[in-house]
Design a protein around this ligand. Structure first.
Ligand code: A4P
Ligand code: MG
Length: 209
């Protein structure tokens, strides 16, 4: 998933989106807060302005993608994401409706068992069809607002499709963006870099602590 050395048991890709309130700041604080929940930031994209996909008429989104290393088990990771959404008063009234903060787990990979000869086995995708936590995220491969920031955060990233098959995120981002552009929809445009002082966890406390 990344070239950074990882001691933790899992690597995860998280997609953040917001189109209500102070969306840029919300995403930056959320990145700090996720680190306080037990995730170590290993890569992050810029902030992007994206046209809404699906749902009712709604404002443009701010989207970003991060990669984290963590010892949290997958369902603990989902619970941690939900806690950070709650800090930002996330409500769920309409599917794909406007939101202050959405954090989706796009993919998780786990550390492989050590090979008998001491060789390094590749990291293994965690695959799940549970509706509570579906992995990889079932719509990630068709969404430029996920793929484009993810390709920026990690140009080597691979999206697992099945235990045997992975696609290069940078290639998929290109294919989906070209198709969206031809259809005149789903524009994804870089806005600005995340502010380093905001995404660093050291200076910030999760609200309520
Ligand atoms: N859930 C299952 N798998 C996962 C996973 N991998 N990560 C469950 C996170 N949650 C997962 O999510 C609904 C349920 O999905 C949760 O209870 C969780 O247990 P939600 O956050 O309550 O609802 P949602 O986000 O509206 O639904 P969903 O299906 O995740 O929507 P999407 O596909 O994420 O789409 N357009 C732009 N430009 N930018 C956006 O960020 N986002 C959406 C939401 C639509 N259009 C958008 C954007
Ligand atoms: Mg969601």
């Amino acid at each position: 998933m990344t070239n950074t050395p990882i001691d933790e048991k899992y690597c995860a890709v998280l997609a953040l989106g917001s189109n209500l309130g102070e969306s840029e700041e919300t995403l930056e604080y959320a990145v700090a807060q996720l680190q306080l929940e037990g995730m170590r930031l290993i890569a992050h994209s810029s902030l992007y302005v994206t046209a809404p996909v699906g749902g009712p008429d709604q404002p443009d989104y701010i989207n970003a993608v991060i990669e984290v290393a963590t010892d949290l088990e997958p369902y603990e990771l989902l619970a941690a994401c939900h806690r950070v959404e709650q800090v930002h008063h996330r409500t769920r009234e309409v599917r794909w409706g406007p939101r202050t903060l959405d954090i989706d787990i796009i993919a998780i990979e786990q550390r492989p068992a050590e090979a008998a000869d001491g060789a390094e086995n590749p990291w293994e995708p965690v695959l799940s069809t549970d509706p509570v936590l579906t992995l990889p995220h079932p719509r990630a491969r068709e969404r430029a607002f996920v793929l484009v920031p993810w390709a920026e955060a990690n140009p080597q990233a691979l999206l697992p499709i099945s235990p045997e098959r992975k696609v290069a995120v940078i290639h998929q981002a290109y294919v989906v963006s070209r198709a969206d552009e031809a259809a005149g929809q789903n524009a994804v445009n870089p806005l600005r870099a995340m502010r380093a002082e905001l995404i660093s966890p050291s200076d910030h406390k999760v609200a309520g602590e």
